[in-house]
Design a protein around this ligand. Structure first.
Ligand SMILES: C[S@@+](CC[C@H](N)C(=O)[O-])C[C@H]1O[C@@H](n2cnc3c(N)ncnc32)[C@H](O)[C@@H]1O
Length: 301
């Protein structure tokens, strides 16, 4: 080996990150997904990206950046997002929000439908659902409630920008760490099993899996959320923290527009907002909080 040669494990020169091309990638990620790179990038992200680009047979980071912008590169953008997003999630995270939904919100939504002229279908969206723990937690509560109100239809949708997460959510197979906040009692509280043990861990029960739909959805895409107009519950927890303020505020207003009057938005435990967003009121949910959409007349539905 010539002494001038790089060691065998180093990437070719075109695949060495400069501050300039890393910043260009960060700009792309933010305009495509709203995600601020510094808020998600964990240790080793550049190395992971380099390996990924190398595995695609692309010879320079500049070429990779160009390719990412091609309309035909949806899969490539999905892979990039899978490499950088934080997917931490577990069942019944922030349990007081779920208790409030089961004991107070669903009964109120069911009772108010006729009065508000709404259809008999309650629509629930888990936006930024990661690997599905949040969506199945919502679905367990909704299924439990629906069994007591068989005339009511409830749909639960889980959506995430990361296609790998969506795949894992659909598979519905989890390990112990996804149940870290759930006691055995809570698992049995519903009167039906949420999952069964399998050699790989725990598999969500078929009935619960059939109750939810998962899809890939980018919250930054202005058209993606349109079909969720008329939602009654939107959970978007531990997602806004990765976005910059202007986009975060715009998204809160989009959620406000999508919700039915009296519908509620739930954010993460640590995502306290400086002010209650326009068109919402703050609602204590035991030791947690949620935001209820105000009726255009200003009264609480
Ligand atoms: C930390 S996880 C939160 C999971 C879950 N909501 C919870 O609180 O347990 C953040 C999720 O937001 C998703 N996400 C980030 N940007 C997004 C975007 N623009 N559109 C949709 N999902 C996004 C990520 O892929 C990731 O799965």
């Amino acid at each position: 080996m010539n002494h001038q040669d790089p060691p065998p494990s180093s990437p070719p020169p075109g695949l060495t990150w400069t501050e300039e091309n890393y910043r260009a990638l960060a700009r792309f990620v933010q305009s495509y997904s709203g995600i601020i790179m510094e808020r998600v990038a964990q240790k080793g992200v550049r190395e992971r990206l380099t390996q990924h680009i190398q595995s695609l047979g692309i010879s320079s980071i500049d070429d990779y950046l160009l390719l990412l912008q091609s309309p035909k590169s949806a899969a490539l953008r999905g892979e990039l997002i899978s490499l950088i997003t934080v997917s931490e999630s577990y069942f019944f995270r922030n349990p007081d929000q779920f208790r409030y939904i089961a004991r107070t919100l669903l009964p109120r939504l069911a009772a108010n439908r006729q009065e508000l002229g709404l259809r008999r279908e309650i629509r629930v969206l888990s936006a930024g659902c990661s690997t599905g723990e949040e969506t199945y937690s919502l679905a367990a509560i909704c299924l439990w409630f629906q069994r007591r109100h068989p005339d009511l239809a409830i749909t639960v949708v889980g959506a995430d920008i990361n296609p790998r997460n969506v795949e894992l959510a659909r598979a519905g197979i989890y390990r112990d760490r996804s149940f870290r906040q759930v006691s055995r009692d809570l698992r049995h509280e519903f009167g039906f099993p949420l999952y069964r043990e399998i050699p790989e861990g725990y598999a969500v029960e078929e009935e619960l899996r059939r109750f939810v739909q998962f899809k890939t959805l980018n919250l930054k895409d202005p058209d993606a959320l349109k079909c969720h107009a008329g939602s009654d519950i939107i959970m978007c927890r531990n997602v806004l923290i990765y976005f910059e303020e202007t986009f975060r505020n715009a998204l809160l207003q989009t959620f406000q527009g999508l919700l039915n009057p009296g519908g509620m938005l739930f954010l993460g435990e640590t995502e306290s907002l400086a002010a209650v967003p326009a068109g919402f009121e703050l609602v204590p949910c035991l030791r947690a909080y949620g935001y209820r959409k105000l009726h255009p007349s200003g009264h609480t539905p």
